[in-house]
Design a protein around this ligand. Sequence first.
Ligand SMILES: Nc1ncnc2c1ncn2[C@@H]1O[C@H](COP(=O)(O)O)[C@@H](O)[C@H]1O
Ligand SMILES: O=P(O)(O)OC[C@H]1O[C@H](OP(=O)(O)OP(=O)(O)O)[C@H](O)[C@@H]1O
Length: 339
Amino acid sequence: MNAHRGSAVLSSATTLKVQPAATALIDNSRLRLFSGSANVPLSQEVARYLGMDLGPMIRKRFADGELYIQIQESIRGCDVYLIQPCCHPVNDNLMELLIMIDACRRASARQVTAVIPYYGYARADRKTAGRESITAKLVANLITQAGANRILAMDLHSAQIQGYFDIPLDHIYGSPVVLDYLVSKQLSDIVVVSPDVGGVARARALAKKLDDAPLAIIDKRRQAHNVAEVLNVIGDVKGKTAVLVDDMIDTAGTISAGARLLREEGASHVYACATHAVFSPPAIERLSTGLFEEVIVTNTIPIAESDRFPQLVMLSVANMLGETIWRIHEDSSVSSMFR
Ligand SMILES: Nc1ncnc2c1ncn2[C@@H]1O[C@H](COP(=O)(O)O)[C@@H](O)[C@H]1O
Ligand SMILES: O=P(O)(O)OC[C@H]1O[C@H](OP(=O)(O)OP(=O)(O)O)[C@H](O)[C@@H]1O
């Protein structure tokens, strides 16, 4: 598996109860899949899992920068899935999603599901100071008002975002693919580490699945936006293989400061795992300094070739998204995939 580090995206479907054979049985005569421009390779993989093609769509930009979208086939009465993570450039990708939803509604789709593997603006999920916007709620309002009937989201930064939507939302997790990968590495003497208090539930859930590995928590503070300061580690990491787990790596301030502290506290190896590789500068510099044995992320957000480094491991969530889409289409259980 290491041969794929820093280059190809690895697929994994052991822990997750996916049923690739099911795709052969699928009645996809009314199922339609379209991709926005944010992560076309992921959409293509999802389509491959479902044994279908991405729907034809024209997307272009007018001279003044405005976007034009036209669905190129009839979708009247269809169950339509629009795949678009709201990653960088977040405002463009969000607007494109809204226009796609509107185009599908006006084309008489029976149901429109916005598949949002990475939900942008998620960290603005509450007021932390006076006179701020709760932008995560505003985004939910925009998507709902545009005409989406349903949302499929992955590893939302905070659980309350589910409640910002008054339409059904299926929330799935990237952890099964990360777990499969970690298990395949047969690491010994693991301690799972949450890089901040907000991530404890996520880290605890992973620790439980790694043979009830012990848990440690880093006390992180933020004095300013995008500046992470770590104070101390709660828990024993000396001589252990520390597996830091987070929902996203943005500037990598949190995870790299956490890794440095773990090394100072005697951790023998440090792995970083996160679903969303936001990777805003200077993330790549921080992640490729040799602090980490591996930086394990998924492909909810595309990573440019120029941003890949030797310790980077990219896992694919395409099968998981494909299986979830199929289950939604078939009105069958999504949660049973994770039991
Ligand atoms: N996109 C963002 N990048 C960095 N920081 C952000 C972003 N959106 C909102 N924020 C700020 O993060 C904190 C909230 O973090 P908690 O640890 O959940 O309190 C708040 O200051 C936001 O303005
Ligand atoms: O790579 P970075 O630029 O450091 O950003 C990523 C970190 O920011 C978010 O946490 P946040 O600070 O919002 O804390 P929380 O998880 O406790 O809400 C996120 O959950 C990561 O921990």
